[in-house]
Design a protein around this ligand. Structure first.
Ligand code: ATP
Length: 367
């Protein structure tokens, strides 16, 4: 186990794929992952996740800044001297070797004795449920089994740091879910500081202690899953975390009876601005308002709630998703109530005002 520290790390590829010579793939990235923590690096394609992981692994030069594993600055250390375990999305198992020999491969390269290798494999194989597969060749394994072997190979060396790059992305939905739970259990058992790169927010939310959310090479927010969900620092994080995503729309601040209201353009929907925003808003100001689908409610028919039309109704079994039209925008709401609507029906909409999020219309930063 070891702490991982990134201090002001930059990466510029000489031959950037975008053709922009001066563009940085990673910019000014600082992160601190404590001993034994499970950290997710999350963001859309091309935001610099894999580059970050590869710099930590020593597979990519660092243009500027420092990377520490424990107290050791590892910028110029060879990957094999960093005490890391790596598992990438493609399993890269050696086809002629059986599972046992695949897992043993790196230990043999390090001249570990066969007795020691056997002991280690017998400890690791049951953890990853590959103990029945040790004689099998990679060809005969399913995707999920190959990834288990791949991870077994990464942890058999007892690394200080386990680095996982999209380990579940090749797997189908069900297998992803199973292996996700198993990776979580595995982490609890081996307690190795672990970094996982993923573009799947659900994966990051369910697996990790903290998530680093990146966009265009820059860290947007680093916090626990709950922190980034409840208090996104900007509109990007707000829209990226949560499924279905947070509803985000432009609204106008209007004044009525001495108080402020959010006015939804093109509709007669207005909701009260929570008091906590009063110091930051003024009449006529346009803001970006965020509301999670579960914070939109269907109000009683006789209530004073605003009338909106149902655009799409989906019954997903455990929950119902309803898309309603508000002016030019469509908002999604989720309910577990046993209701049924059809397109064009009118419902009364209530917004949990205290659960709203407010962002600056120009910078996208949280207000
Ligand atoms: P994905 O989820 O698609 O794997 P990512 O977030 O992991 O994306 P990176 O692979 O780190 O993103 O890429 C970050 C940026 O660096 C992208 O603009 C990419 O085109 C560029 N890049 C990555 N590898 C190289 C390379 N070897 N040479 C030049 N540019 C590269």
């Amino acid at each position: 186990m070891a702490k991982l520290t990134l201090k002001n790390v930059y990466k510029r590829y000489k031959d950037n794929k975008k053709g922009e010579q001066n563009d940085f793939a990673v910019k000014s990235l600082s992160l601190e992952c404590n001993d034994g923590e499970f950290i997710g690096i999350l963001g859309p394609s091309g935001c610099g996740k894999t580059t970050t992981l590869r710099m930590v692994a020593g597979l990519e030069d660092i243009t500027d800044g420092d990377v520490y594993i424990g107290e050791t600055r590892v910028n110029h250390l060879h990957p094999k001297d960093r005490h890391i375990g790596l598992a990438f999305e493609d399993y890269a198992l050696y086809p002629p070797l059986n599972v046992y020999d695949n897992i043993a491969f790196n230990l043999r390269a390090k001249k570990v004795s066969e007795d020691e290798i056997h002991k280690e494999i017998m400890k690791i194989a049951p953890l990853l449920k590959v103990d029945d597969l040790l004689e099998s060749r990679p060809m005969s394994l399913s995707g999920g089994q190959k990834q288990r072997v791949n991870i077994a190979r990464a942890i058999v060396r007892r690394p200080k740091l386990l680095l996982l790059d999209e380990p579940l992305s090749h797997l189908d939905g069900k297998m992803r879910q199973i292996l996700r739970t198993e990776i979580k259990r595995l982490h609890k058992e081996i307690q190795c500081t672990t970094i996982i790169v993923t573009h799947d927010q659900l994966e990051a939310m369910s697996l990790t202690d903290k998530i680093a959310i990146m966009k265009d090479g820059q860290l947007q927010q680093f916090g626990t899953p709950l922190e980034v969900y409840d208090n996104p620092v900007n509109e990007f994080v707000a829209g990226f975390i949560g499924e279905p995503p947070m509803n985000l729309m432009t609204v106008k601040i209007v004044k009525r009876d001495g108080g402020f209201l959010f006015d939804f353009p093109g509709s007669d929907v207005q909701i009260g601005v929570p008091n906590r925003y009063y110091p930051a808003v003024k009449e006529g100001m346009m803001v970006r308002l965020g509301v999670r689908p579960m914070d939109l409610l269907i109000d009683d028919e006789n209530s004073k709630g605003s009338e909106v039309k149902v655009a799409v109704f989906e019954n997903l079994g455990e929950e119902r998703r309803i898309s309603v039209r508000v002016g030019e925008e469509f908002l999604t709401l989720i309910t577990t109530e046993e209701i049924r609507y059809k397109q064009g029906d009118t419902i009364k909409l209530e917004v949990k005002a205290e659960k709203t999020h407010l962002f600056d219309i120009h910078t996208g930063n949280r207000i």
